[in-house]
Design a protein around this ligand. Structure first.
Ligand SMILES: [Zn+2]
Ligand SMILES: [Zn+2]
Length: 309
């Protein structure tokens, strides 16, 4: 008898444990991302690119870990957020200023000496050029990218600008996500903190088996969304899963016949080492298959900013 009562209480407690939002933890995200890039560099077939990304993510990790005086130099004072507003960190909803440009400088000065060792002189030139771009022009580029107009920015700069913006956004998103977690509703297509697109779905076994979270491409927040509903339009009919093998595939694609969108799903409960941005990038061949069937990605990968929305 008493065991049954205890179990019922336990189930109740478990239900309460579903978090609508998991705040960003930038330092850990960059650490895991860097590690995964190193692991997959060889087998990806894109070794040079993965190695560059690893240097960039390592630089992001270093800046994200800064505290004290140095932190103030990079991130400035905490911006004012209106928590009454949906997506308080969407670019139109707060003064984001130009501190992200100090972060960009930090990233570039971290990268340049490392690139001169590996002999990527072409890339070094691009980075030197990028830090010489007028502050106002950089600001315009940032705004265009935050609005999803990636094609308005020279393609050679987008990876680095987004990397800097992401360090800035995830820094402030951490507190903000905790504050708005209580009121955030489920079933959101875009990040409830900053309004950006997700990278992909991540399936977890904690705190409950098979929970799905979408991972933000800008501020690294994760938000809960129920399974078997399209992450883009919310429709529950005509949603299909694609996998390279029949059972236990750790990476699958969910397509929707209503909006013709697709999202990748990473089952970290099957393969814990999966990292959302890196493993999405490493499995682009899977995307090609569903794109050929007429579906379009509803996601953005910060390590590959070739999307135009
Ligand atoms: Zn976000
Ligand atoms: Zn849909």
């Amino acid at each position: 008898m008493s065991t049954a009562i205890l179990d019922a209480k336990k189930i109740q407690a478990q239900k309460l444990e579903i978090k609508t939002l998991i705040p960003a933890d930038p330092k850990t995200v960059y650490q895991l991302r860097g590690k995964r890039l190193a692991e997959l560099a060889q087998e990806s077939g894109l070794t040079d690119y993965f190695n560059l990304l690893k240097l960039l993510v390592n630089a992001q990790e270093r800046v994200a870990a800064e505290t004290g005086l140095q932190e103030e130099n990079c991130f400035g004072l905490k911006p004012k957020f209106n928590l009454e507003q949906a997506q308080p960190m969407a670019q139109a909803n707060f003064e984001w200023g130009n501190y992200w440009q100090s972060i960009l400088l930090e990233l570039v000065s971290d990268l340049l000496p490392k690139l001169s060792v590996t002999g990527s002189s072409e890339l070094s030139e691009v980075l030197k050029e990028l830090v010489g771009v007028k502050p106002q022009t950089l600001q315009d580029y940032a705004e265009a990218m935050l609005l999803g107009h990636f094609a308005k920015v020279p393609a050679k700069y987008t990876l680095f600008i987004w990397a800097a913006l992401s360090v800035y956004w995830s820094h402030w998103a951490t507190d903000l996500a905790s504050e708005i977690a209580k009121s955030a509703e489920s079933h959101k297509t875009l990040c409830p903190v900053c309004g950006s697109h997700p990278i992909a779905s991540v399936i977890k076994d904690q705190p409950r088996a098979g929970l799905r979270y979408l991972h933000c491409s800008l501020c690294e927040t994760q938000w809960h969304q129920i399974r078997a509903e399209c992450t883009s339009c919310g429709e529950d009919k005509g949603v299909f899963l694609w996998a390279e093998s029949e059972t236990k595939s750790a990476i699958r694609i969910e397509s929707c016949d209503t909006c013709k969108g697709y999202t990748k799903m990473l089952f970290t409960n099957i393969k814990p080492e999966l990292e959302v941005a890196v493993d999405d990038l490493a499995t682009l061949l899977m995307d090609q298959h569903v794109v050929e069937q007429g579906y379009q990605a509803t996601t953005v990968n910060p390590l590959l900013l070739a999307h135009e929305q």
